[in-house]
Design a protein. Structure first.
Length: 117
């Protein structure tokens, strides 16, 4: 006996919004735990839907490393309605990239006693 495609039962599905909030939070927690050390993966999770974005941005904005060339973009993604993202930041490292310069005084080594504090 051969089965036609229509004879096969499809798995039942439901809309995300129809799941109880507690179950949604458990799923979020499970996904976040699996991706704990991979911020890029959590960023992808935030792209699934606006509900996922609201949840996962708390993690992706928790620890940021930016340099001065990214300040404009940082400002753009934390302005207006997006200003709430600033509340998620727990650790922010700003790297300032300096232009190359020639200052011979910087090449001299100093002892601890001669450093101007």
């Amino acid at each position: 006996m051969t089965l036609a495609f229509n004879d096969l039962e499809r798995p039942s599905t439901c809309e995300w919004s129809s799941l109880p909030v507690q179950l949604q939070l458990q799923i979020f927690g499970y996904v976040a735990e699996k991706q704990k050390y991979r911020a890029a993966d959590l960023g992808r999770c935030a792209c699934v839907s606006s509900e996922w974005q609201d949840y996962f941005e708390k993690f992706t904005f928790g620890r940021l490393l930016i340099d001065n060339s990214q300040l404009g973009r940082f400002s753009k993604v934390t302005k207006g309605e997006k200003a709430m993202r600033l509340l998620y930041i727990r650790y922010l490292c700003l790297r300032i990239k300096l232009h190359n310069y020639d200052y011979p005084e910087c090449d001299k080594t100093k002892s601890h006693a001669t450093i101007d504090w």
